[in-house]
Design a protein around this ligand. Sequence first.
Ligand code: GLU
Length: 309
Amino acid sequence: MRNDVADAPTVPPVGRFAPSPSGPLHFGSMVAALGSCLSARSRQGRWLLRIEDVDLPRSVPGAADGILRTLEAFGFAWDGEVVWQSRRTAAYREAFARLKADGQLFGCACTRKEMADSGLARDGTRRYPGTCRAGLPAGREARAWRLRVPPGRIVFLDGIQGRIEEDVSADVGDFVLLRADGLFAYQLAVVVDDAEAGVTEVVRGADLLDSTARQIVLQHLLALPTPSYAHLPVAINGAGEKLSKQTLARSVAGAPPARVLVDALAFLGQSPPPGLADGGLSDVWQWALRNWSLARVPSCRAAPCPAYA
Ligand code: GLU
């Protein structure tokens, strides 16, 4: 565990918001945008924006532009150019090649159907049973490429959720870095992108908590720094589902920005004063930047938000 807090020079943090363009911004994504932005900006840090369109089949045409426009309308201002994952294949290929040259990858012939009996990891993905780890079965070809996950526990101190521990090799197994459809996996893209952008803190929804240990494994193998992590509660609907396009979550684009931001602040435990929204967007931002406290964010993984479901 690092213990350099007392001596550390006060380097401004670099945070980021990294939406997947699978639909319009809903309240849950707004919470992640706001939490990541306030965490960095309240300490004079930089805040970056990356559109995670690495998963092209799940990207909805026009969604990214809608997200950017909505963020602007809500008073968000990011540093530098927007990074698009769909334009960063060369960087992912380079990291992939390094891992491959180091013997950390293996080709896998298994189909989803063949793995259907395998147990489930914490996040509901199939645990890889190790079928092709020692070589492809005779007559089979590699469909995907997996990381040879080293055994051992990953431990990190989440700024909101506390101590998190996971043995990725036991819980998830060797996970995919290059998919059968030829696309690089989110886990690889996010690690390469965060490192290249100099991101020092990742503040995002707790639905990604179970990906974090995988990402730390990759950072270790690629000799990249590990940022600090803080996972915000995820907004859920009455049925306990995370707000998403699938749950038909409402877009926040049509709602009054100051009102939505104040509701997001309340969701994040910041206790905005009554009437704050009436003063308009700039009052809300001013109050939020002065009063933001990560310590006040509830340390649960999910919380309901009936008004925006
Ligand atoms: N693109 C992911 C999402 O929209 C977020 C990834 C991240 O913040 O690391 O859920």
